[in-house]
Structure formats: structure tokens, C-alpha cells
Design a protein around this ligand. Structure first.
Ligand SMILES: C[S@@+](CC[C@H](N)C(=O)[O-])C[C@H]1O[C@@H](n2cnc3c(N)ncnc32)[C@H](O)[C@@H]1O
Length: 382
């Protein structure tokens, strides 16, 4: 389903992937030096003590030339990535649409669109991570170009840390489930905010007898995601247009519910509604788990400041609040006991030739090591 790329498109994305890697491994570490050797001593001279919070670190670092250089380059990298993706997909939006239509038609029961779904304000008021038109914009009838752009650029943005098919989180989650619940076969799986299904496909493959329902607000993502899954030979996913805050499913109808990189794009109220829905829909004996970058709790003020960059400069207005939110507490507020709620780490599983997450490849917010928070429901599994 992917967009067809010319030599020049490929060269541009190769440059971006390596540029981002160089930024993460060679340029970003200079911020710690700048802080230690310039910004922190200057702050201490003025204030009489070291910066205590990430907001104070931010104020201390704001005038630093290395920080400004890194930050401006990182933003330019994201802008270039969007330009590269859009120059690739917009010129072939009709052929991409036609290809998606053809693949969608091969398994019509796997795609349920609902034109009555309204895009909530926390999505409609901004271009998520500087992506013009965000996930849902449509330039032609049955457009998939927003999704094709998202798919084309993710590898460069994450420098290979999510794997060749960008499915490292889903593969890691399937392996974690198989390790922590050996032999368990969930019958119905729900993926919230599935996007183009990068991390839905590996779950569907790991549990081929399960029906996987993948919900998203954005029709282009669903059309493309469904076409991509059909093209990959996966036929047990139903891509359904719905708002994860109010889902059209009966209580306790899913054994496994999960989300990846989804919650940080939702508002304060939406996050609580989504946890309410996930908890309502979880069947007895089931488990829900949500993957995000790690919360700020327990991190130094400097690391929090570095990880908070997206909240200021990458059009991620809910990023800071999500990483400050006590997600286990929110699940307990849904009625789970403290024992039923857990936090863990899930490693992205990537092909041997792909880079692995490590200190040297951590990019403060785009790593392949996921923080996971979830809850198990009481009772025998069905
Ligand atoms: C960063 S993408 C995550 C994609 C996917 N989970 C993955 O792992 O590749 C976030 C997705 O959440 C969707 N989304 C945002 N708010 C939503 C909501 N309230 N209900 C359903 N989907 C939503 C967006 O349309 C977008 O496709």
C-alpha cells in the first residue's frame, strides 16, 4: 500500500533518518554539557541554587547557543520530514486512493467507516507533530494521503528504532503477553487510536484466531490501515471509525485492550473518558495495557526538560500533562484494586539489522523502550 518512491525521495528519507540519528547520538548529548558547564553555573550565580524543576532548567537553558542550535535543527528536521512525506504522497494521492479502494474491496467486512463521527477539538485545533492536516484531512474523495504521509515518514523520525514495519511496540506487546500469560488466547482484542495499524498487525498475527477491532477517529488512517493489512495478508482486523471516548460496543466485550502512542494526543477530559471506556469494555480475566514514553516522575529536572521538548516545539500540547499524569491512579479511579494495576517496560522488537534502543540511541521521547501501564480484570477469562 505504501507510496511509490523515486530515487530522490529515497535519498531525502535516507538523509532524514541519518540526520535524526546524528541529532540523537551526537548533537543532543551536547545539551548535558551545555547545562553542566554553562547554564547551571550561570543560574546558580544568579539564584544562589541549582535549577530545581524542568521549568527552571528551561529558563536556564533558553539562552544557550548549543541548546538553541539543537532545538532549531530538531524542529527543522520535523518540518523537512513533513515536506518530504507530502511531496511524495500528494502527487500520487489519486493512485494511492485507488489502490486503497481496491484492497478495501477485497475484504469489505474489515472496514467500518462512520461519517457521523466528529473530530474532537483536541484533534481538530492543531496539526499533530507538525503534520499539516493532521490525521484526518481529506483533499479528494476517500483520500488516504494523510495516512500515506504518516506511514512514509515514521521510519525516518524514529531512525529505525520501531523496526522495518514500524511494528516494534506491537511485536513487543505480543511477546510480553505470551511471556506473562503463557498459552492465553484472547478472543477479542481492541486497539485504541490504531492509526494505520502498525502495531495492530503484529497482535493480529500473534493471535490469528482472535478478532481484532482497531478504532480510530480518522477515516484516511482506517482506509489506508485496512488496505495495508489486507496487502500484508492479515484478515482478522476490523478497522472501525469511532471515538475512543464513547465506543459502540457492549460492556466486557474485549479480552485484551491496548493502545500505543495514543494517550499523549488526547486532552485531560478525553484521557479519563478513554480509561473509562477501556475499563467498561474489558471482560473478566482480561487485561488492558497502554504504551507511552515514560512518565516524568523520578527523573532529574534536566531529563524531564529534555523529554518535554515535544510539548513546546513539536505541536504536542498534551505531551507534558500526560507525562506528569499518574496513570495507575487513573486506573484505580476506574474501580481497579491497587494489586490489579501495574506498570512495566516493553521493549520494541525489531529486526536484527535494525538499531536497538540503548543510551546511545535514546532520543528523549522517541525511543524503542516503552513504558506500559495497565490493569487486569478479576475473574476467570472466557
Ligand atoms: C500517534 S497515532 C498512534 C498510532 C498507533 N497507535 C500506532 O501505534 O502506530 C494516534 C492516533 O490516535 C487517533 N486518535 C486521536 N484521538 C482519538 C480518539 N478520541 N478516538 C480514536 N482515535 C483517536 C488519531 O487519529 C491517530 O491516528
Amino acid at each position: 500500500m505504501s507510496a511509490a518512491a523515486t530515487h530522490d525521495d529515497i535519498a531525502r528519507f535516507n538523509f532524514l533518518a541519518n540526520f535524526n540519528k546524528y541529532m540523537a547520538t551526537a548533537v543532543a548529548p551536547g545539551n548535558a554539557v551545555a547545562f553542566r558547564e554553562r547554564a547551571e553555573p550561570a543560574w546558580i550565580r544568579q539564584q544562589g541554587e541549582a535549577p530545581q524543576t524542568r521549568s527552571e532548567v528551561r529558563r536556564a537553558m533558553a539562552p544557550d547557543p548549543h541548546y538553541r542550535f539543537w532545538s532549531a535543527l530538531r524542529r527543522c528536521g520535523m518540518e523537512m520530514r513533513q515536506q518530504a512525506g507530502r511531496s511524495l504522497v500528494l502527487r500520487q494521492k489519486e493512485s494511492l486512493r485507488d489502490r486503497a479502494r481496491e484492497l478495501n474491496a477485497r475484504l469489505p467486512s474489515g472496514l467500518r467507516l462512520d461519517a457521523s463521527i466528529k473530530i474532537p477539538r483536541y484533534q481538530s485545533e492543531l496539526d499533530n507533530h507538525c503534520m499539516p492536516g493532521s490525521y484526518y484531512a481529506e483533499y479528494i474523495d476517500a483520500d488516504v494521503s494523510a495516512a500515506a504521509n504518516y506511514d512514509a515518514g515514521m521510519f525516518a523520525t524514529t531512525t529505525g528504532l520501531f523496526g522495518r514495519y514500524l511494528d516494534g511496540a506491537g511485536r513487543g506487546t505480543a511477546a510480553w503477553l505470551q511471556r506473562t500469560r503463557p498459552g492465553w488466547q484472547p478472543k477479542r482484542i481492541l486497539d485504541l487510536g490504531c492509526g494505520v495499524g502498525h502495531n495492530t498487525v503484529p497482535l493480529a498475527r500473534a493471535f490469528p484466531a482472535a478478532l481484532v477491532v482497531a478504532v480510530d477517529l480518522a477515516a484516511p488512517m482506517l482506509r489506508y490501515g485496512h488496505a495495508r493489512a489486507v496487502g500484508m495478508g492479515v484478515d482478522n482486523i476490523c478497522f472501525q471509525q469511532a471515538n475512543a471516548e464513547a465506543l459502540p460496543f457492549e460492556a466486557q466485550s474485549f479480552d485484551f485492550i491496548y493502545s500505543t502512542m495514543f494517550l499523549h494526543e488526547t486532552s485531560h477530559v478525553a484521557l479519563r473518558n478513554i480509561f473509562g471506556e477501556a475499563s467498561r469494555l474489558l471482560a473478566a480475566g482480561g487485561v488492558q495495557v497502554h504504551l507511552e514514553q515514560p512518565p516524568y516522575r523520578g527523573m532529574t529536572a534536566f531529563e524531564q526538560f529534555m523529554r518535554d521538548w515535544d510539548g513546546y516545539y513539536n505541536n504536542e500540547p498534551f505531551w507534558s500533562a500526560l507525562h506528569e499524569t499518574d496513570l495507575p491512579r487513573l486506573l484505580i479511579e476506574q474501580g481497579y484494586s491497587a494489586e490489579a494495576v501495574f506498570e512495566t517496560e516493553i521493549h520494541a522488537m525489531v529486526e536484527d539489522e535494525m538499531p536497538k534502543v540503548g543510551v546511545e540511541t535514546e532520543d528523549f521521547g522517541r525511543g524503542g523502550l516503552w513504558y506500559a501501564c495497565g490493569a487486569s480484570s478479576q475473574g476467570a477469562s472466557t
